[in-house]
Design a protein around this ligand. Sequence first.
Ligand code: AMP
Length: 206
Amino acid sequence: MKLVLLGPPGSGKGTQAKRLAAALEIPQVSTGDILREARRAGSEVGKRAAAIMDSGGLVGDDIVNELVRERLGRDDAKRGFILDGYPRTTGQAEFLDAYLAESDRALDATLVLDVADEHIVERIVGRRTDRATGQIYHLEYNPPPPGADLVLRDDDREEVVRARLEAYQRDTAPLIDLYTRRGIVRKVSGNGSMDEVMERLREALR
Ligand code: AMP
């Protein structure tokens, strides 16, 4: 299964991508996670991406395309993968098609998580990550266990969230049309519990 998971920031994309990847036994490939890791490691790419990420904008296509080429070239991605947060622009979508075509591969499906705009900001602003495990919680909807060491992602502050939403509407939402024309889009409601959404995603792939 070669999958793309699309959805606005705060749609539960990262959480669902991790669970779906585990269920389908394929790697979750998150360019956001790779970029955050590059920053922690202090690499050249990490340094170049840092200011853009903190402002809620999009890192350049050249940088993320190279990261994806490197990641999808690894052995564990040969059987399939679930792309989470990539592609985010038409340039990235074109790169992905061309890259997959080099090895006679193509995407099987694009899953789109649908969440109403008014729910997004509250979902993101309440989000916390466990520093030790990377597990994502929500203070209200998916409360962390007592004593967990929680951090707020730097770009989950409200003003940055709005910039990220704008980038999604402007650059990423048009990809839904592109994949719809190709007949591979499966839209799923992102409202409800994590288990409900996961079940819908699995149903959409049957
Ligand atoms: P995410 O964790 O997917 O929300 O990504 C966090 C941030 O990393 C985004 O707000 C962007 O600044 C950057 N980023 C992640 N993936 C991409 C991508 N495919 N294209 C451009 N920027 C990206």
